[in-house]
Write a protein that binds this ligand. Structure first.
Ligand code: FUL
Length: 691
């Protein structure tokens, strides 16, 4: 009897222990704070650069600007909030004060503010309007307060720090909840400084006494994350181009950094041995500049560029902060709205159906009950797969019911316990054999991989190396549709035509005689030669859905292979190399400036095209021009065409000019004036229109 009771007890104990949840892993290394964990709910949010520079066409004002210049004609913060909401962005950070010192709220600290502007008789308050619009649309609200102040007479002295802190107090007290405070790294240099007009340098590390400023933020807005090169909560990613590195640690040896510190390149990857949790935030503008310039209306980032930004920020364990340069009306410009909505719509398609849901999932090893592979696809944030403490590698296999096409892999670590994974792979089983799709490094909060579509029976995810036992909370798989933007058609100086599509999975069809490529198109397999005139049209066909992209169409004139520029150096071919990103720059002592081209043969010419230099700080845009055609290159006679390239400063796009046909071999493009009055002209592309 006694023996049988003992047996019963031990069997019950065995059943009990085997059902009992195993011990959770211990946290490893630096951990995110509560406020940082909250911030992970936001992922993508907006920046708005809107301030004095909007009205002076500058990127960095000097501080001497008259407050009356700030004059939006139709300020509509509700429109900003609606656009952001529709685009799936979770908050808006406003440049309440940029380096020129102009304050968008009626601060008590300076006369350089909306209160002293004629705009709305000094009664306007942009900070208030935006904070209210954010509340209305359920968005987070954040502020950018530039430490550098080129207007303030006290800048460089300890008194300015008091002023700066008071401004911060006003912003953090009077406008409701603030989710992020942005401390910029640029500071110290020339400025107006209350009329002193001089250069003031500060010690970026010590002047601002950051630790005491941080305390103010913590006290007034305990949940606000602070951004700067050094965090303390969110770090700069070390570039303004829109990417984090593939290897991206949330960790940083934080005390080695400060706003504006020189070792910023390390910020793009973080530091494996970092002492604090300081994840990267990728700040990037939807246009070349941070502020609105009419001349950039045609330079809004394309869908492919925006997709790259998303996958290189959110997809690489970072936050995405996308900037809208609000225009002089006080609106997000229609081109920018179109661009951000095209991104939002494409992302919706990319992540429409999670193919990992409902699959058979198993782990090569797990920690025990409660930590199995099924937690990876249960849609819950707080369950995870983990291995025993002494096991730092392991595989997960996902088995589809039938072969399934995938081209996106999403994985997340359970970050409340730290960032651990150092190396992982993804494989696909096709016809019973494993193929490696990706060999990668870090994961962190979220990692999304893009790869060519593969029809797989199984997908295997393997953690190869980890600082401690891997703790993974989520895996998702998708088949994103091809990105159906029109292909890019270019022709080089030798007449070789290239057709490039962003999405490599589609098929490209083209014609060279202007015919419809859907009906008459030839499959593009490699670059081809087109030396004569012709209109190339091309489309991309999505092989899976059979859908077509919009048609791309480019008309080429005769190929410039024989053309030379008189007195031109080796760079002169850049003026007709078919690459709009490069330019030939011609300089002279004074205006006019001439560009003389020998076409190498006599032709009948009836027009020309000119694309000015396309770089951010455009060099030498021709305003008033004359065009001459000569048979000898010695006697030029009267210009065959002259005039003004209208609105070219604001809109430096391709200019097409036609005239009565003339015969000649030499062309002289003369710049009578340039938009900046300098005797320099930049020619990204030049071509003639022949009969
Ligand atoms: C930079 C600033 O200098 C730019 O003007 C812009 O505000 C950008 C977001 O940060 O450091």
């Amino acid at each position: 009897m006694k023996r049988s009771i003992m047996l019963l007890l031990s069997v019950t104990a065995l059943i009990f222990t085997s059902c009992q949840k195993a011990e959770p892993p211990k946290p490893y290394g630096p951990l995110p704070s509560e406020r940082q964990l909250k911030h992970y709910n936001y992922e993508q949010y907006a920046f708005v650069h809107f301030n004095m520079n909007t009205f002076t066409d500058m990127e960095w004002g000097t501080g001497a600007e008259d407050p009356d210049l700030f004059n939006p004609t139709d300020l509509d913060c509700d429109q900003w909030a609606k656009v952001c909401k529709d685009a799936g962005l979770k908050g808006i950070i406003l440049t309440a004060k940029h380096h020129d010192g102009f304050c968008l709220w009626p601060t008590k600290t300076t006369k350089h503010s909306v209160k002293y502007s004629k705009w709305r008789d000094g009664k306007g308050d942009v900070v208030k309007e935006l904070s209210e619009a954010c509340k209305k649309y359920g968005l987070q609200f954040g502020v950018y307060l530039s430490p550098w102040d080129r207007n303030n007479a006290k800048y460089g002295t300890p008194e300015y720090i008091d002023i700066y802190r008071e401004q911060l107090r006003e912003l953090l007290t009077n406008y409701g909840d603030v989710f992020e405070v942005w401390f910029d790294g640029a500071n110290g240099g020339s400025g107006y400084y209350g009329g002193a007009n001089e250069t003031r340098r500060v010690d970026r590390k010590t002047y601002y006494d950051w630790p005491n400023t941080y305390k103010i933020v913590r006290k007034l807005q305990p949940y606000a994350c602070m951004f700067s090169d050094a965090g303390p909560d969110l770090r700069w990613v070390g570039n303004e181009k829109g990417y984090a590195n593939k290897t991206n640690w949330c960790l940083l040896r934080r005390d080695e950094f400060y706003p504006g510190s020189p070792n910023y390149k390390e910020l793009t990857s973080g530091q494996e041995d970092g002492t604090h949790w300081v994840p990267a935030e990728v700040d990037v503008s939807i246009r070349p500049g941070w502020y609105y310039h009419k001349s950039e209306d045609h330079k809004v980032k394309t869908l492919p560029q925006l997709l790259d930004i998303y996958y290189h920020s959110v997809g690489r364990n970072a936050f995405m902060l996308i900037n809208f340069p609000v225009d002089r009306r006080g609106h997000i410009h229609e081109n920018d709205v179109k661009a951000i909505m095209s991104l939002a719509n494409q992302l919706k398609e990319d992540f429409k159906t999670d193919l990992a849901k409902g699959t058979k999932i198993s782990a090569s090893v797990d920690r025990g009950s409660g930590y199995g592979a099924e937690n990876l696809i249960d849609g819950k944030k707080d369950t995870y797969w983990a291995t025993p403490d002494d096991v730092t590698s392991g595989s997960i296999t996902i088995e589809f019911k039938k072969p399934t096409i995938v081209n996106r892999f999403l994985v997340q670590e359970y970050i409340p316990l730290g960032q651990r994974v150092k190396e992982f792979t993804v494989e696909a089983m096709v016809d019973g054999k494993w193929h490696t799709i990706a060999e990668e490094t870090t994961i962190g909060y979220k990692r999304i991989l893009r790869f060519e579509p593969v029809e797989a029976e199984k997908i295997r995810f393997t953690v190869m190396k980890s600082k401690a036992c891997p703790v993974i909370s989520n895996i998702e798989l998708y088949h994103a549709p091809a990105v159906m933007v029109e292909p890019q058609i270019t022709r080089n100086r030798d007449g070789v035509v290239f057709i490039r599509s962003y999405d490599k999975t589609g098929e490209v069809y083209y014609t060279t005689n202007g015919a419809d490529p859907v009906k008459k198109g030839k499959l593009y397999t490699e670059p081809f030669v087109l030396k004569e005139k012709g209109t190339v049209k091309a489309i991309i066909k999505d092989k899976t859905t059979g859908k077509y992209s919009p048609v791309a169409s480019v008309t080429f004139d005769i190929c410039p292979e024989k053309w030379t520029i008189r007195k031109g150096d080796k760079n002169s071919i850049l003026a007709f190399d078919g690459n709009t990103g490069t330019s030939y720059i011609v300089t002279n002592d004074k205006l006019p400036v001439d560009l003389v081209i020998d076409l190498g043969e006599t032709l009948i010419i009836k027009g020309f095209t000119y694309l000015p230099d396309q770089s951010k700080k455009s060099k030498g845009i021709i305003k008033d021009y004359e065009l001459y055609v000569s048979r000898t290159g010695k006697i030029w006679g009267k210009p065959v065409s002259k005039g003004e390239f209208s609105n070219i400063k604001n809109n430096p796009v391709l200019q097409t000019i036609k005239f009565n046909p003339v015969k000649g071999r030499y062309i002289k493009l003369r710049a009578i004036s340039t938009t900046d009055d300098k005797p320099i002209i930049g020619v990204a592309e030049f071509s003639v229109i022949t009969e």
